[in-house]
Ligand binder design. Structure first.
Ligand SMILES: Nc1ncnc2c1ncn2[C@@H]1O[C@H](COP(=O)(O)OP(=O)(O)O)[C@@H](O)[C@H]1O
Length: 287
């Protein structure tokens, strides 16, 4: 991981040409896979075997789709770190370090942070993980541009990219409904999405995820979750991040996943799509 973090940094701050990448993150043969709906979903066995490196997955999807929710659940299930670049940016903002005023302005306008800054934050996070003995990762919010995807491809192999999808009309409401408990850090959503079936689209119901009573008076909203800023983030996603889906689609790494409804239903279906449903049963049985 230290090598990965150093290479990431070198790759973006200089014109460093990476000729080879040889460590446990090198180009080992891709994990064995089973075909699901024409998409190669990894078999867990290949990713957890000790003679291979751990999973290296990426989550893509519009703001509000739920990348953080599902990436964090998978990270616990697979025992790999969930690394969200949005969280790294928010940590930097709250640290009041030298970058924070520049970052605040960018984030509060819904714009993307320059690649150099994001890669430095990510490299630093990977180095800390290395020191703690972490291996593998589930990236959430990175890469968000073709350039970031190319930089990542230049330094390591990504096994799988999960593209979470939700109907457009639900995304804004879900962003505006997000709340975090300022004390325990728990994430909730006060929006209840109830879309009727129309024009061949099925109905969709996502209940609110309400906080427990002890968090209810401590809820905060992200400063960039206002209607104007979310609309700008959605516009930027379509302009800069949508092409990243195609980048991975043509490389045969993209798993498209339409969220069918609320978390219990979507989680079960996501595990099935990833061939991980047996694994969760085993975990609960041995817990
Ligand atoms: N990979 C990235 N490249 C550039 N900016 C980023 C990246 N990841 C996060 N950011 C910045 O952090 C903000 C919050 O990111 P995130 O929490 O992932 O938001 P979202 O809910 O829009 O997916 C983004 O709007 C952007 O300003």
């Amino acid at each position: 991981m230290a090598v990965l973090s150093r290479l990431l940094r070198a790759r973006t701050t200089t014109s460093y040409a990476i000729r080879s990448f040889c460590c446990s993150y090198s180009t080992s043969s891709p994990p064995s896979s089973s075909e699901i709906g024409g998409i190669a979903a990894p078999s867990l066995a290949s990713n957890t075997s000790t003679d291979r490196r751990n999973v290296q997955w990426v989550f893509l999807g519009c703001p509000g789709v739920g990348k953080g929710t599902y990436a964090s659940r998978l990270s616990k299930l697979l025992a790999v770190p969930h690394i969200a670049t949005g969280d790294l940016v928010r940590d930097e903002l709250s640290s009041k370090g030298p970058l924070s005023s520049q970052l605040a302005e960018i984030v509060n306008q819904g714009k993307l942070v320059p690649d150099e800054i994001i890669i430095n934050l990510l490299s630093h996070r990977l180095q800390i993980g290395e020191a703690k003995g972490e291996s593998g990762f589930i990236l959430d919010g990175f890469p968000r541009t073709i350039r970031q995807a190319e930089i990542l491809e230049g330094v390591t192999n990504i096994d799988l990219v999960i593209n979470l999808k939700l109907r457009e009309e639900a995304l804004l409401a879900k962003c505006l409904g997000r709340r975090t408990c300022s004390q325990c850090g728990g994430n909730y959503n006060v929006a209840c999405i109830d879309i009727k079936a129309d024009h061949g689209n099925p109905a969709m119901y996502m209940p609110a995820l309400l906080p427990p009573p002890h968090c209810a008076s401590k809820l905060i909203t992200r400063s960039d979750d206002t209607e104007q800023v979310v609309k700008e983030r959605l516009r930027i996603y379509n302009e800069k991040s949508r092409p990243v889906e195609e980048f991975y689609r043509i490389r045969g790494k993209l798993l498209e996943f339409d969220l069918p409804g609320g978390i219990p239903e979507s989680w079960t279906k996501l595990l099935q799509a990833l061939n991980l449903d047996d694994h969760e049963d085993e975990r609960s049985a041995t817990a």
